[in-house]
Structures are given as structure tokens and as C-alpha cells.
Design a protein around this ligand. Structure first.
Ligand SMILES: Cc1cc2nc3c(=O)[nH]c(=O)nc-3n(C[C@H](O)[C@H](O)[C@H](O)COP(=O)(O)OP(=O)(O)OC[C@H]3O[C@@H](n4cnc5c(N)ncnc54)[C@H](O)[C@@H]3O)c2cc1C
Length: 464
């Protein structure tokens, strides 16, 4: 309890506003109530839907196994909130502690949590983006539209960008028996997230599944017919492909524009916050009453040289939301840091891919179990002599062990013995990440900000 009782008052009768009614926003609201917050809670979301889950949108929904409007997130508990859905927050007045809404209303807060996430980066040419048949995939409405179009049996689908979302869409299309061309600017699918060595495995998987995969290629233009329907895509090698559907999978843009003149440290890379989820203002001073969580947040992590990490990971959104909510109603000494070890999964081409740590930070990689050729393996990533990440293809059971190695800053190459070690796993090789200054579909973890030290650290997880 604070000395003057203000924290008690906040917990009892304060007003907390959450902007962004999705995974992070919902989990934060539930945590606030779990932890005894009995004041007023307002949740603002620009989508008209109740919070829903996005990972199924590029998987089960496109396969027709789950309707797009059936991915509503399960509720852990009643949150007793005022929901303002279908209305965007348009501005923030930090001095007046007020959020302005698109319908002209304003909501005052004692504490604010921002969970506005990211949106799909659109095709850069507006007229081409408007052609009938050109899609992005971020929302359930996007998924419903794309599923509907795929069900009509287009002659060929073009996926632009072979990151996780693009690769999952290509996989779903092949599973549905549709012809697919994937155009990827980098040297292989998933290269921005997992590097070139693993990217080559992903490329083989795609080609074996019948994908017309074209790497080192950019789509230079989309062409429609006289009725405005997509008909053809032009590629940077001078060729063209006849397509009826194109899905633009060029990464994401952080939803921060509404904060432009607020004085908050928000920009294209997200909203910078401290390890306790408190947002920084533009002067680099941490705020007392504005918190941030989920895909829109950018926070320093002790395991990764205190670099600011932007993560587009489901698990991070949940964990950071829970930490932010706890800290919003706790005294400074009871607050806890957000030190979640990044982890991510994907299902594509019959493969269960999992990642832990931050692969794009690595310079080397070694296959510690299984074999790349068999596409069943564990690859460990090293950075300056320590284990920084691990990726499994159909070997998820080992991931927890590797997570411990990362958290212990274990030496790289690994010194432990493993089962099923092959000759190819005896020596590390370059991990093959593209130059980060080259635009690509983007990794799922973005490293940015000051790295005060590359020295070896020891890290003790909270649960230890
Ligand atoms: C197709 C797809 C597949 C995925 N698959 C995986 C996977 O396999 N594994 C994995 O780990 N992760 C996956 N993810 C990522 C995961 O879904 C995200 O990390 C997670 O949704 C982040 O939650 P969030 O609440 O931070 O942000 P979001 O889910 O992006 O929600 C932000 C919400 O805020 C709203 N908003 C934005 N601006 C405003 C405003 N000004 N006012 C009000 N509301 C606003 C947005 O419309 C949105 O509803 C996938 C994502 C997609 C799109």
C-alpha cells in the first residue's frame, strides 16, 4: 500500500482504461480483476468484435475447419468492464489523463494500458491494393474474405512474402489443392526469422508440397482487368504470373499513429517501455500511469543485452499483459519485470515449428539433434559464444531444455551431449541472417535500441 493510501484508492475505485481489445487487452483486464482491482474498467477497441484469437486465422480458418467468427478468445473470468467496441482511440492527452475517441467522446483514466498491436502492412501501390482479389491477413474479417475467395477455387494464388504468415497461407492453399506461387525477396522462406540454414529446409518443404517458390524475387506490380479484378502479377525478373488472388504478407506496422502528438515515446517501431511495462515519454522519461503490452510494446530484455525487443508472439502478449496489469496496481517495490523468454510456434506443410529465444540475434547455428535433410531436427543458435535461441522442426519436446540453456547463458557451441547427434551437428556454421538494413518480410522479433554490453550475463528466471 502507498504511504498516502492513493494506491489503495486506485485499486478500490480508480478508473483503468485499456486501448486495444484483443489478446493482450483481454488478458490484462482479467489479471486486474484477479488481483483485486474493483474500480471501473473501460476497454476500447476499433474492431467491432469481441477479442478473438489470430493464430487460427492463417491455419484452421483458411482450411475451412473453423469459421472466421468462431475464434473468440475463451474468457478466464468475468471482467465487468465497459466495452467500447468499434470505436478507435484517436488521441491521448497525458496531462489531462484523457483518451479521445473517434466518435467524439473522451474517457478519463487514472491508469492507461495501451495494447493496440500491429496491423498488416498493405501493398504499397494503393490502386493495385484496391484490386478485387488482393488481400492482407490480420483480422478475422480479412480471414473470412480470404477463405471465401479460396473456396471459390481461384486458378492460382500468389503469396507475396514468405515469412510465417505467408508460408502458413501457402501451406493452407496447397492443402486445399490450390496452385500457389510464393514470391520472396530474401534467399529463402522464413529467412528473416530463422536464418538461411533453416530457411533452406523451409524452401525444400514448400517445393516438395508443390509450391511454385521464387526466392530473390520481388513483385513489382499487380495488374487488373477492366472490371478491377486481379489478373496478373509482374515480377522483378521480368516474368509475370496469371493470378486471381494475391495475399500481401509483407510484415506489420505498429498501431501508434493515434499517439503522434501525445508526447509518448511512440513511433513506427512501437511504444518503448521499461521492463515493468511503463511507457517512456518522448524525452525518455518513464511515465507513472501509462503502461503498454503486447505486439505494440518495445521493451528491454536482460537476456538479450538489454536491447529493446518488439515481439509478435502470442505468448509474449499474454505474459506482458499480465505483468503490466499487475504493475499498474502495485507499489513500485511490488512490481515485477517482464522477462519472458521469447517463444513462437507455427504449423505449416505438416510441420510443427517452434522457436525459443531470439534467433535473428545469432551469428552461428548448429544442428544438435536430428538432421536438416530429414526435416526433423533441433538447431541451436549462438551469439558471441553463448546459446541465444533454438528452433525445432517436429521435435518440440526438447524446447524446454534449450530454453533453460538460453536462460543460463550456456556456452555456444553447446558442451552437453545430445541424443541423435549427427556428423552435420559437430561444427557450427553461419546462421545466414540477411543484412538487417535490407527490407524483407521482417522477423517476428525486432531488435532495436541501445545494447550497453555484450558481456556474458547470468540470468535467473523468476520461477527459479
Ligand atoms: C494470421 C496470424 C497468425 C498468427 N500466428 C501466430 C502463431 O502461430 N504463433 C504466435 O506466437 N503468434 C502468432 N500470431 C501473432 C499473435 O496473434 C499476436 O502476437 C497477438 O495477437 C498480439 O496480441 P495484441 O493484443 O498485442 O495485439 P493485436 O492482436 O494486434 O490487437 C490489437 C488490437 O488493438 C486494436 N487497435 C489498434 N489501434 C487501435 C486504436 N487506435 N483504438 C482502438 N483499438 C485499436 C486492433 O484493431 C486490435 O484489435 C499470429 C498473428 C496473425 C495475424
Amino acid at each position: 500500500m502507498s504511504v498516502d493510501g492513493s494506491l489503495d484508492r486506485l485499486r478500490r475505485e480508480g478508473h483503468i482504461v485499456i486501448v486495444g481489445a484483443s489478446l493482450a487487452g483481454l488478458r490484462a483486464a482479467e489479471t486486474l480483476r484477479d488481483e483485486g482491482f474493483t474500480g471501473a474498467l473501460t476497454i476500447v477497441g476499433d474492431e467491432p468484435h469481441e477479442p478473438y484469437d489470430r493464430p487460427p486465422l492463417s491455419k484452421q480458418v483458411l482450411l475451412g475447419r473453423v469459421p472466421a467468427d468462431h475464434t473468440t478468445l475463451p474468457r478466464r473470468r468475468e471482467v465487468d468492464a465497459q466495452w467500447r467496441l468499434g470505436v478507435a482511440a484517436t488521441g491521448l492527452d497525458m496531462a489531462a489523463k484523457r483518451v479521445h475517441l473517434a466518435d467524439g467522446a473522451a474517457v478519463e483514466y487514472d491508469r492507461l494500458l495501451i495494447t493496440t498491436g500491429v496491423r498488416a502492412r498493405p501493398w504499397p501501390h494503393e490502386l493495385e491494393a484496391d484490386l478485387d482479389g488482393v488481400f492482407v491477413l490480420r483480422t478475422s474479417d480479412d480471414a473470412a474474405g480470404l477463405h471465401h475467395r479460396l473456396s471459390a477455387g481461384p486458378r492460382r494464388v500468389l503469396v507475396i512474402g514468405a515469412g510465417f504468415t505467408g508460408s502458413e497461407i501457402a501451406s493452407a492453399c496447397r492443402e486445399r489443392g490450390l496452385d500457389v506461387t510464393v514470391a520472396e525477396r530474401g534467399s529463402a522462406p522464413l529467412v528473416g526469422a530463422l536464418g538461411g540454414v533453416v530457411g533452406e529446409v523451409a524452401a525444400t518443404l514448400q517445393r516438395e508440397a508443390g509450391v511454385d517458390l521464387r526466392c530473390g524475387i520481388m513483385v513489382t506490380g499487380l495488374e487488373g482487368d477492366s472490371a478491377g479484378r486481379l489478373r496478373r502479377a509482374h515480377l522483378s525478373d521480368g516474368s509475370s504470373v496469371e493470378v486471381e488472388v494475391a495475399v500481401v504478407c509483407l510484415g506489420a506496422t505498429r498501431n501508434t499513429e493515434w499517439l503522434a502528438s501525445s508526447g509518448l515515446g511512440a513511433g513506427p517501431r512501437g511504444i518503448a517501455c521499461d521492463a515493468g511495462c511503463r511507457a517512456f515519454d518522448v524525452r525518455g522519461i518513464v511515465t507513472d500511469d501509462v503502461f503498454v503490452a503486447g505486439d505494440v510494446a518495445r521493451s528491454p530484455h536482460p537476456l538479450f543485452g538489454y536491447q529493446f525487443l518488439s515481439l509478435e508472439h502470442w505468448g509474449n502478449a499474454v505474459e506482458q499483459a499480465e505483468t503490466a496489469a499487475h504493475n499498474m496496481i502495485s507499489s513500485s517495490t511490488d512490481r515485477r519485470p517482464h522477462v519472458w523468454t521469447p517463444s513462437f510456434w507455427s504449423a505449416q506443410f505438416g510441420m510443427n515449428i517452434k522457436s525459443v529465444g531470439v534467433p535473428p540475434m545469432a551469428d552461428e547455428i548448429i544442428v544438435t539433434q536430428g538432421s536438416l535433410a530429414e526435416r526433423r531436427f533441433t538447431a541451436v543458435y549462438g551469439y558471441q559464444g553463448r546459446v541465444i535461441a533454438a528452433v525445432t522442426f517436429d521435435q518440440a519436446k526438447w524446447l524446454e531444455f534449450y530454453q533453460q540453456q538460453i536462460e543460463r547463458a550456456a556456452p555456444f557451441p553447446p558442451e552437453f551431449t545430445t541424443v541423435d547427434r549427427r556428423p552435420e551437428g559437430m561444427h557450427p556454421v553461419p546462421a545466414g541472417f540477411p543484412d538487417p538494413s535490407l527490407p524483407s518480410h521482417g522477423p517476428t522479433v525486432t531488435l532495436s535500441g541501445h545494447s550497453p554490453s555484450d558481456r556474458r550475463i547470468s540470468f535467473t528466471p523468476l520461477s527459479a
